[in-house]
Design a protein around this ligand. Structure first.
Ligand code: ACO
Length: 431
């Protein structure tokens, strides 16, 4: 970081000014450090939605939304998608470097031996209604991991932080599969150590006592790729939530549970579920035109789910990778899904429509991921859970980075107060 240049903000009428340092990272635009602005001028800044505000320095992930660039620890997402695996990518996000062969074997072994959930945690599920949304069960179960490991973790101890990361990445698929199986009344499956991460998850999801399960290498490859693409995305809503909760000193399970609830919303990770529901609602390719008309109508709150992104204003590089994969996976699995036709027609119609072109609204990663999840027989309500499994790697990497950063402070935004001026209390009989 070179912190040499400054920007001067002058408030002429009040004869106040502030000399604000300009911060530069290794890539991306410079940032004005406004840390002393209030002290110098008495002003706060206002940026709802954080469109112009960096909330932290981070060395994990870089996005250039105009160029459609996404890097994990400097490595382009396209290269990781082609050559890496989700577990190797998780190691990279956590440690900053790709693992050597020995480092990976050790990491995979640690993950494999932390996959079981406490037997008492299984009892928690009995308290949920059978049709509870899996994201509700996931958030509650991950938060409740605090109850099992709270005394076991000192957030200021690097080894404890690492162990929490291993536990979370390892247990997430086990808990996720339990959420699914509970909702359909199937018995829970224990994780099998002889399977790799993604196969182990698919086994816990779909194995039934009555017949053996044949795992599909195509399904495992597709899922692994989706996990890589979803593993991190710098300071999005859920990661910022994890960091905000983490800034209070809360334990990692509580922090990640907060990230899960933030991810659930349809404007964020819940979009993949919403995309599929929207495609089903549209129903057939001939209804696409009406849907596009509705999405443009400001009196109609219908939006094209899976379109638009706060940062990508050119294209979402993850969407480009998934788009290619969608056709391949459906072909290899022999799935002929009419919803794919609706999706392709919708994409085509939106991409040539002035409304979407002018606003730079392109299909995002969630537009295609739902179609692949559906082809893998993953139920719609589980789509955001799948996202959460992958994003756990990014969340916990950010949580660790935050605790390794010297001088970190509790996150505490300010506000513009728009309520009533000071006034006297009126007794009930006088109101
Ligand atoms: N369909 C129709 N119009 C849209 C859409 C959409 N999907 N997205 C944005 N617009 C319009 C808005 O109405 C607005 O129009 P206006 O300028 O005439 O008022 C303009 O485009 C800008 O939209 P904002 O909401 O200001 O953009 P913002 O950056 O705040 O929101 C977001 C980004 C939340 C992703 C939005 O595009 C959206 O709701 N998309 C659908 C949900 C979705 O796919 N979310 C997944 C995001 S990716 C992820 O989290 C993994």
């Amino acid at each position: 970081m070179s912190d040499t240049k400054t920007v001067k903000l002058v408030d002429e009428p009040n004869k106040r000014s502030s000399e604000l340092p300009l911060l530069s990272g290794t890539l991306g635009p410079a940032c004005v450090d406004i840390g002393t602005l209030y002290k110098d001028t008495g002003y706060f800044t206002y940026d709802p939605g954080y469109g112009s505000t960096a909330s932290t320095k981070s060395a994990i992930t870089y996005i250039d939304g105009d160029q459609g660039v996404l890097l994990y620890r400097g490595y382009p997402i396209e290269q990781l998608a082609e050559k890496s695996s989700f577990l190797e990518t998780a190691y990279l996000l956590l440690n900053g470097e790709l693992p050597s062969k020995d480092q990976f074997v050790k990491f995979e072994d640690q993950i494999t031996h932390h996959t079981m959930m406490h037997e008492s945690l299984k009892d928690f599920f009995k308290g949920f209604h059978h049709d509870a949304h899996p994201m509700a069960m996931l958030a509650a179960s991950v938060a409740s991991l605090s109850a099992f490991y709270h005394d076991d973790i000192d957030v200021d101890n690097a080894e404890d932080r690492k162990l929490a990361a291993i536990r979370l990445i390892a247990k997430m698929p086990t808990i996720a599969a339990a959420c699914f199986r509970y909702s359909i009344g199937w018995p829970f499956r224990y994780p099998r150590n002889n399977l790799e991460y993604v196969d182990r998850f698919l086994h816990m999801m779909f194995e039934v006592p009555s017949e053996p399960l044949t795992l599909s290498p195509v399904a495992a490859k597709a899922l692994d790729l989706l996990f890589i693409l979803h593993a991190d995305h710098e300071q999005n809503a859920s990661t910022s939530t994890v960091r905000l909760v983490g800034s209070t000193g809360a334990n990692p399970y509580a922090s990640i549970a907060a990230g899960i609830t933030a991810l659930w919303g349809p404007a964020h990770g819940g979009a993949n579920e919403a995309v599929l529901k929207m495609l089903e609602e549209i129903g057939s390719a001939d209804k696409v035109e009406t849907a596009v008309k509705r999405a443009k109508d400001k009196n109609d709150n219908f939006r094209l789910m899976g379109f638009g992104h706060r940062v990508y204003k050119n294209f979402d590089p993850r969407a480009k990778i998934i788009r290619e994969m969608t056709h391949k996976v459906l072909g290899e699995l022999g799935v002929n899904d009419p919803l794919l036709e609706v999706a392709m027609k919708l994409e085509e119609a939106a991409l040539k429509d002035d409304y979407f072109v002018e606003r730079k609204l392109y299909p995002n990663v969630d537009f295609y991921s739902g179609i692949i999840y559906k082809a893998l027989n993953i139920p719609t309500e589980m789509f955001t859970v799948m996202f959460a499994i992958a994003r756990t790697a990014g969340w916990i990497a950010h949580w660790i980075e935050q605790h390794e950063t010297p001088g970190a402070r509790i996150g505490r935004p300010r506000q513009i107060y728009t309520g009533a001026n000071v006034r006297d209390y009126v007794p009930a009989d006088k109101r």
